[in-house]
Design a protein around this ligand. Structure first.
Ligand code: AMP
Length: 403
């Protein structure tokens, strides 16, 4: 099946052709015709499935066929994303797919100056991609008018709730017109997401696609048992001895990401950290340096890494296992993309054995354990509770609430 049968116009098909896509992905095949029909969508899909194009392409089409004169501060299509990185990527995709159309789009998020955003909003926009907090700042200052929104997309809705944006989202929803077409995308369907969808969507079409790389065969997963105090040395040893050139390393905390990145630099490895406390400029630069290869190790927290699209990443390392088992699947899904083999290594100390059991239960498989010579764990060390800044330290499994 090619894109030409989906009902998209020539300017959009040409832009797709320029990108070199020859056929739609499963979510695109299912979602594009439904969105073009004007129906609400509840989409179960995560980053990497092609979900951005599945809503961006039909929205561009709808907006261009029902073209309207731009009115100052008004927005026709609003796309909400949890993170700045995702907003930037979605905004870029919209520019790419809409490059042959006379539509205007922009991105607004926090951490950067608000005045240039005000100037852009003043002219009115066909599409606006925004993170909820900064959008509400503009609403509060009267620099954006959301009373004429015709299309609303909530991208990665589960992440938005995880990040505590529910009140911000409710505030935004309250000022949008009742009559609009709404698309909600989420990788998981917890009860909170179902509640949000029930309130927001009107007779939605449910579209679910298989989880990308749900610990797929082409990802080699390895656990290296090691003492907590030797993790950094082991990581340096692996990067150097295996000659890893592009490694995404996950830590549990922002502070841990910073510290590890600095230590790697001291070990002679080019590294940068990316997390919510970094300025937008620093995050964008770290990601660009990593993509072009001038930084070989990017140390990230789960939230910062979400939505980052780096193709064909050969190595992912869990410096610490996540306390939410499903985050493990998200993390390792960043390697072995599109049939390119990848290695997901986890450095696991005695404190994390319960997390490991939770992950193995969720993925229904035992992960191969390989002890590295010189880094054998001291079996006399007793496990200690891990401080995640939460009261409950038990491994969590978000699938409990899945449909
Ligand atoms: P997404 O899930 O939207 O983050 O997309 C993941 C990646 O897939 C992006 O790099 C897109 O450029 C790419 N992509 C989207 N649709 C297609 C397609 N039909 N064929 C090939 N690549 C695609």
């Amino acid at each position: 099946m090619s894109f030409t049968t989906l009902g998209l116009s020539k300017p959009i098909l040409n832009a797709i052709k320029d990108e070199g896509y020859d056929k739609p992905t499963p979510i695109q095949k299912k979602a594009i015709p439904v969105v073009l029909e004007g129906k609400d969508v509840l989409g179960g899909a995560q980053t990497g499935t092609g979900k951005t194009a599945s809503f961006a392409l039909p929205l561009l089409q709808l907006l261009s066929t029902k073209s309207k004169k731009r009115v100052s501060k008004q927005v026709r299509a609003l796309i909400l994303t949890p993170t700045r990185e995702l907003a930037a990527q979605v905004g870029e995709s919209i520019k790419t797919y809409g490059k042959y159309l006379p539509l205007t789009s922009s991105i607004i998020f926090g951490g950067v100056g608000i005045n240039p955003q005000k100037a852009t909003l003043r002219k009115g926009l066909d599409l606006l991609v925004a993170t909820p907090g900064r959008l509400l700042d503009h609403v509060g200052q009267g620099t954006v008018d959301l009373s004429h929104v015709e299309y609303l997309v909530l991208d990665e809705a589960d992440r938005m709730l995880d990040m505590g944006f529910i009140h911000d989202i409710k505030k935004v929803l309250a000022i949008l017109p009742k009559k609009k077409q709404t698309l909600l995308f989420s990788a998981t369907f917890s009860n909170d997401i179902k509640k949000l969808a029930d309130n927001l969507l009107n007779a939605p079409v449910l579209i679910e696609v298989a989880k990308r790389n749900a610990t797929a065969k082409d990802i080699r997963q390895i656990v290296h048992p090691v003492d907590k105090t030797k993790k950094r040395d082991l990581l340096t040893h692996l990067i150097k001895s295996e000659k890893w050139k592009q490694v995404l390393v996950f830590t549990r905390t922002k502070h841990g990401a910073n510290r590890l990145s600095k230590q790697l630099v001291m070990d002679g490895i080019s590294s940068a950290a990316i997390h919510g406390n970094k300025s937008q400029g620093a995050r964008t630069k770290a990601l660009a340096d990593f993509k072009k290869g001038s930084v070989s190790v990017l140390v990230a927290t789960d939230i910062a890494a979400r939505g980052i699209d780096i193709e064909q990443l050969p190595n992912v390392v869990n410096f610490e296992l996540p306390n939410i088992s499903e985050d493990y699947v998200h993390r390792i899904g960043r390697t072995g993309r599109a049939g390119n083999g990848g290695i997901a290594s986890s450095l696991v100390c005695v404190d994390e054995l319960e997390y490991l059991r939770g992950i193995e239960k969720l993925t229904k498989q035992k992960i191969n354990k390989v002890t590295i010579k010189g880094f054998e764990p001291d079996m006399s060390i007793k496990p200690e509770p891990i401080n995640n800044g939460r009261r409950n330290n038990k491994p969590k499994n978000r699938r409990a609430g899945r449909r």
